[in-house]
Design a protein around this ligand. Structure first.
Ligand code: GAP
Length: 446
């Protein structure tokens, strides 16, 4: 399958089956903003739940937080985003399109007569590069002129730094400890694209781990290992995951060291998560800009210091896209193409489809009762329309790992058929055991 075709197929399957829709589609859509449909919202929720379980519930040394999207404007001065979160842009005076100055389609040097607009082809129409801030601005207060400018946060991390003392004191944690948060972030990206890979509104899953200076390199290494293991635990093909180390020029202004976890997408190896050693940059800057002491007093060592921070920062939408790409496959079965999303059962949006083989002989009644029982334990779906083979195929496309069919034998011996999505093998399981049977296979280790 050609790689561009795979992305086209995923976009179309996502719309058809209700994973992802274009935002405001009936108005022609809004650029690089997407909505999650019934299956997509379950998929992304499963990703976020697994992350939260691994980072917060399974550990004694990490606390959760849900900070507001709107923050004091000085936060973004302290963080370096007002001055430095920029891309160099050029405009075409002729067709009014805007490009990143390093857009490979641009010929010549922007601002000079030899430059050529990649859209309208006009020569000499491109302006000199100007720095464009990627933060979305809005106004707080009823009158725009006098109201304060506030920003939609471009990352969730700053909500953690400004709450570091609140969490430390209220939770009675000691260093080393971490704060985890899942939430929306917004960036006015100039070159968004590749479906939900780079969007203007997205969700981050970020954790900031506060450590004693001098122990940061060791924690950085540990967090690298733990985060890679987490991605592998989602069932991703390990050969499609790799590390990318940021070289000097790639390092963000705050980072002492940084590695990306990359996935091999149809459009190339790309970042899905960053692990950063941020040193004392963040807390020192917030201490300076707020005038509040953000030092930690280590009683055991009778020592005061600004903690260093090791950050793990993943995109929930990118992980969801990774799972879709990794799971998609087509198989030829008896002259027909079977489309399957082979999700790990723990992240599949629907865990079981329940089907009466035919709509008679008491089968719908048994199947409906079973469906209601199963729904109390995990996401299930009832389907009694069309041939059984077609119903299986519909569930294959949604990535549902188990199909449970109530058939002629059910009333006779109280068993049902459980059909496995990947192997298409069927086995008989006792009607009163089928809930446990599926539950054991979908809950898995986190
Ligand atoms: N606090 C550090 C930080 O925000 P980043 O590398 O800019 O670091 C972290 O972003 C993660 O957020 C990325 O690895 C990616 O998964 C996700 N992300 C960033 N920009 C995104 C965008 N425009 N669309 C979707 N996800 C994005």
């Amino acid at each position: 399958m050609a790689d561009t075709t795979l992305m086209d197929k995923l976009v179309s399957l996502s719309k058809r089956r209700g994973f992802v829709f274009q935002s405001s589609e009936i108005y022609g859509g809004l650029g690089s903003v997407w909505d999650y449909g019934p299956l997509g919202v379950e998929l992304k929720k499963n990703v976020k739940d697994r992350w939260w379980d691994a980072m917060v519930h399974a550990r004694d040394d990490i606390e959760g937080l849900d900070a507001a999207i709107l923050m004091h404007p000085k936060v973004w001065e302290a963080s370096g985003h007002v001055a430095g979160f920029t891309d160099p842009l050029v405009d075409c005076r002729q067709c009014k399109n805007r490009f990143r100055a390093d857009d490979p389609r641009i010929k010549g040097t922007p601002g000079r007569p030899d430059s050529q607009c990649p859209v309208c082809g006009t020569r000499g129409s491109l302006t000199e590069p100007r720095l464009f801030n990627l933060m979305f601005k809005t106004f707080m207060g009823p009158v725009e002129d006098s109201a304060a400018v506030v920003y939609l946060r471009p990352e969730t991390a700053q909500g953690i730094y400004v709450n570091y003392l609140n969490v430390l004191q209220s939770s009675r944690q000691r260093i080393p400890f971490g704060i985890a948060q899942i939430g929306k972030a917004f960036r006015n990206e100039i070159t968004p694209g590749n479906f939900i890979f780079r969007t203007r509104e997205f969700e981050q899953m970020e954790m900031q781990f506060f450590v004693q200076p001098g122990t940061d390199a060791e924690w950085f290494q540990r967090w690298r290992e733990w985060r890679m293991a987490w991605h592998q635990s989602l069932g991703l093909n390990p050969a499609r995951l790799q590390w990318h180390q940021h070289s000097g020029s790639e390092l963000a202004h705050y980072a002492k060291a940084a590695y990306d976890i990359q996935y091999q997408f149809p459009f190339g190896w790309q970042e899905i998560e960053g692990i950063h050693n941020r040193g004392d940059f963040d807390l020192s800057r917030h201490q300076e800009y707020s005038g509040k002491k953000l030092e930690y007093f280590d009683q055991a060592q009778n020592q005061r210091y600004i903690p260093y921070i090791v950050e793990t920062s993943a995109g929930a939408d990118r992980v969801a896209l990774t799972l879709l790409v990794d799971a998609y496959r087509e198989e030829e079965i008896e002259g027909e193409t079977r489309v399957v999303l082979g999700f790990h059962p723990a992240i599949a949006p629907i865990k079981a489809g329940v089907f009466p083989l035919v709509k008679k002989d008491g089968m719908p009644e048994v199947a409906t009762t079973l469906y209601h029982d199963l729904r109390r334990r995990f996401a299930a779906f009832y389907d009694d329309s069309g041939a059984i083979g077609r119903r299986y195929r519909r569930m294959d496309e949604a990535g549902t790992p188990f199909g449970v069919t109530v058939d002629g034998e059910t009333t006779a011996n109280r068993t049902v058929t459980v059909r496995h999505r990947d192997s298409m093998q069927q086995e008989r399981v006792a009607l009163d055991r089928v809930g446990d049977y599926i539950n054991e296979r979908v809950s898995g280790e986190r």
